[in-house]
Structures are given as C-alpha cells and as structure tokens.
Design a protein around this ligand. Structure first.
Ligand code: CA
Length: 227
C-alpha cells in the first residue's frame, strides 16, 4: 500500500518537528510547509491525501489556504484539519465555513489529533487505513493484502496491488497516468508514464486470471478507471 501523504503546514519549527515525528510514526509520508504560500506550492507539486493546516501563518493565512483549495476541483476533496490557538466559537464556525473538515485547538493531544487524522483518512484512503474494499465481484483486504475475485484468490504484484487499491478507493473515477504515478509510485520517484501502462496490463491479466470480464476501462487521452 502506498503510504498516505500528509501536508503539514506549521510555521513554528518546534511544533512542526513534533508533528512530523508523530505523523511518520503513524505511517504517513510527511511533506511540510512553513507558510501558506509554500503550502499552496507543495499542493501544486503533488496532491497530498490530507492537510494539517495551522491557522496563524505568515503571508497567507491558513483560512486563506483552505479557501483557495476549496475553489479548485482537484483540491476540493482533500481533507483539511485546521490547527489553531484560538478557541472562540466564532473562529470554529469560521473555520468550518471556510471548508475545513475538522478543527483542533492548540494545545492539542497528539493522540486525539492522530485519531482525527485516521478518521479523515478512512474516508479518503480506506485501503491505506487497512479496510476491506469491495466492488462488483472484487474484494481487497487492506490489512492482509488478500485480493479475491468471485471468491477466488488473485496473485498480484506489489505495484498491481497498489494500483487496484487506488481504483477500488474511487470506483468510476478516471485517474490520469500522472495521478497514478503520484499515488502508486510516490511523488519523489521518477518513472516514465508508459510504465503505468505496463502495470495496468499486468493488473488486467491478473484480474482476469480466474475468468470474468476486464473491469478496467481505458479512457482515451485521460487515463484509466474501474468500471
Ligand atoms: Ca502558527
């Protein structure tokens, strides 16, 4: 399973380090930013699975970052957990109206914060959160990594497994080759986009090994989708 990526936006170095440590211990790949402007740059470089966003940031505030993310189709669905030292109800309401999915007040309990992150992750990356994904006659267990089709076990390589879990997390959604590279291979690895086609071919073969139709759809000029 590709490890989920969290974008950590925090301007105070000590807090950033504590959070990075805890997030990495939870199994997240951490990309960090020191201010709002940098946060938007990091998002433009590759979409994270979750964003942990400090409210009070130099240059562009957390609220503004959240507002801009919600304006764009490709970033609208990324869960944002806002961190803030302000505890007034009015701020909480403003935070949620701006589109944050959750809100945690500083000083926070790391245990609680991680629980909230996992809750958001289950929503957007159920396979990465170790859950069972089912679609049609396919079943993927995110914990044991077993994949079956109509009850028969399928043999998938690690890359094909990650590809399939990506598709099963969003059946019907068309993933571009770039989006698949980001999610399956990771953003820091250079892989030719034709590699995606090779692994899609292998995944198709594995999925049809026990019979049944090809569940993957090639969308000309766009990418691939399940169903
Ligand atoms: Ca701050």
């Amino acid at each position: 399973m590709t490890q989920p990526t969290v974008l950590l936006v925090e301007d105070e170095p000590a807090q950033r380090e504590v959070l990075r440590y805890n997030l990495e211990a939870e199994g997240f790949v951490v990309v960090s930013a020191r201010d709002g402007e940098e946060a938007l740059e990091r998002v433009a470089e590759g979409l994270p699975d979750l964003i942990l966003l400090d409210w009070m940031l130099p240059h562009v505030s957390g609220i503004e970052v959240c507002r801009r993310l919600r304006m764009k189709t490709e970033t609208r669905g990324i869960p944002v957990i806002m961190l803030s030292a302000r505890s007034e109800e009015v701020d909480k309401v403003r935070g949620l109206e701006t589109g944050a999915d959750d809100y945690v007040i500083k000083p926070y309990s790391v245990v609680e914060l991680m629980a909230r992150l996992r809750a958001q992750l289950r929503r957007v990356r159920p396979a990465a959160a170790g859950q069972i994904l089912e679609w049609s006659d396919l079943r993927l267990d995110g914990e044991t990594h077993r994949v079956t089709r109509a009850g028969a076990e399928l043999k998938l390589g690690p890359t094909e497994f990650r590809l399939l879990s990506t598709f099963l997390e969003r059946p019907g959604r068309v993933f571009s080759r770039e989006a698949l590279l980001d999610r399956v291979w990771g953003r820091d690895i250079y892989v030719d986009s034709r590699t995606v086609d090779v692994h899609i071919g292998r995944l198709r073969k594995a999925l049809m090994a026990t019979g049944g139709e090809d569940p993957l759809r090639t969308v000309r000029g766009s990418g691939y989708a399940l169903g």
